[in-house]
Design a protein around this ligand. Structure first.
Ligand SMILES: NC(=O)c1ccc[n+]([C@@H]2O[C@H](COP(=O)([O-])OP(=O)(O)OC[C@H]3O[C@@H](n4cnc5c(N)ncnc54)[C@H](O)[C@@H]3O)[C@@H](O)[C@H]2O)c1
Length: 323
């Protein structure tokens, strides 16, 4: 039986995953007050849901956080806000650490002070840094971050655990793998493969997409609805989660060559890709073992890669008429 929370806080509510989360959460829990915070550093005004109570500003702003927590006392915090681009974190290690680490600690502190029921943290598969064993289990692969971003995401995890142990704030860390779907624009230099390729296919004047190496590298691509579902399931877990980390992925992998073929099949267009040499240090394959999340809170990816890609192509089709 799913209980209806009185109020929840969604950080990064104007971002790709945050905005998908808000839309679906609202449909599922129409009586819950949704409070959102975003400073639009990567988020988009047009992704904002007008029906939520929105605060524009940074998660680093203590005054704003005090106001939000004292006024709304959210029971659950879904923490999506971050500066999530690997190469940007390489260029800006200080600023990204402030937002991604300090921002998380500030939110954890407020969640503890105001006795939230659970803090749901968006971690990342990047903490593995190229896992040695596939499919990757949380327990068998010690983190080995390879970028400031990955270190920052990893740092949030022991902070969550410590807040559970020291202060009794229940927390959980969800390690998302290669999320894609509607609402993910591919026009930034940091875009990931599905969105970047679709952007160049549908808006060719904007940029030419590229492929690095022979395209045999593969990824566990996870459709955004699965990530949304995992967050809601984690919220609903009857048992405390105590800062544990869980892979959230599809549990299967697709090569970049296959991604190209499927995009062409679903769109009926030819995807031209500039060939580039393999990226040094690029991970060859990612593939998650998702059995821990399945066992602990019933996670099962309802949308597989092909279905998710079809839905994403359909979303790009709708953008043609708007752009
Ligand atoms: N997209 C993926 O493949 C992926 C994979 C693993 C983990 N994640 C994590 O999921 C979360 C959401 O990622 P996304 O893909 O939706 O990224 P996104 O960039 O679309 O969304 C992040 C949102 O956070 C907001 N934000 C950034 N700094 C802020 C600040 N100081 N104060 C308030 N808001 C701020 C941005 O404006 C944006 O709306 C991030 O924590 C990211 O690290 C994403």
């Amino acid at each position: 039986m799913i209980s209806t929370p009185r109020a929840v806080l969604v950080t990064g509510c104007a971002g790709f995953i945050g905005s998908n989360f808000v839309r679906q959460f609202r449909r599922k829990f129409p009586k819950t007050a949704i409070i959102g915070i975003d400073d639009f550093s990567t988020g988009r005004k047009d992704a904002l849901d007008r029906a939520i109570k929105f605060y524009q500003g940074s998660i680093l702003n203590d005054k704003l956080l005090n106001k939000i927590f004292s006024k709304h006392r959210p029971e659950y915090i879904f923490h999506f806000a971050a500066l999530p681009r690997v190469s940007y974190s390489v260029e800006q290690p200080v600023h990204t650490s402030e937002v991604n680490i300090l921002g998380t600690v500030k939110l954890l502190t407020k969640a503890k002070d105001y006795r939230a029921k659970r803090f749901i943290y968006s971690s990342s598969s990047s903490v593995y840094g190229g896992a040695k064993k596939l499919p990757t289990k949380e327990s068998e692969n010690a983190p080995d971050p390879k970028s400031p971003y990955a270190v920052q995401k990893l740092a949030g995890e022991p902070f969550c655990k410590i807040f559970s142990e020291l202060y009794g704030l229940d927390t959980v860390c969800l390690r998302y793998f290669n999320v894609f779907g509607p609402g993910q624009y591919g026009d930034s230099p940091y875009s990931t493969v599905v969105s970047a390729w679709l952007e160049s296919l549908y808006f060719p004047k904007k940029k030419m997409a590229f492929i690095e190496g022979n395209g045999n590298q593969s990824r566990d691509f996870c459709y955004v609805d699965n990530v949304v579902a995992a967050n809601i399931l984690a919220m609903n877990s009857k048992k405390p989660l105590g800062g544990e980390m869980f892979n959230v992925a599809c549990g299967s992998r697709t090569t970049l060559k296959e991604v190209k073929q499927l995009i062409e099949q679903y769109s009926g267009r030819v995807l031209e890709l500039q060939k580039r040499p393999p990226r040094i240090g690029d991970v060859l394959h990612t593939h998650a073992d998702i059995s821990k999340a399945r066992k602990r809170f019933g996670y099962s990816p309802a949308v597989d890669f092909k279905k998710g890609l079809k839905l994403t192509v359909a979303w790009f089709e709708t953008r043609i008429s708007k752009d």
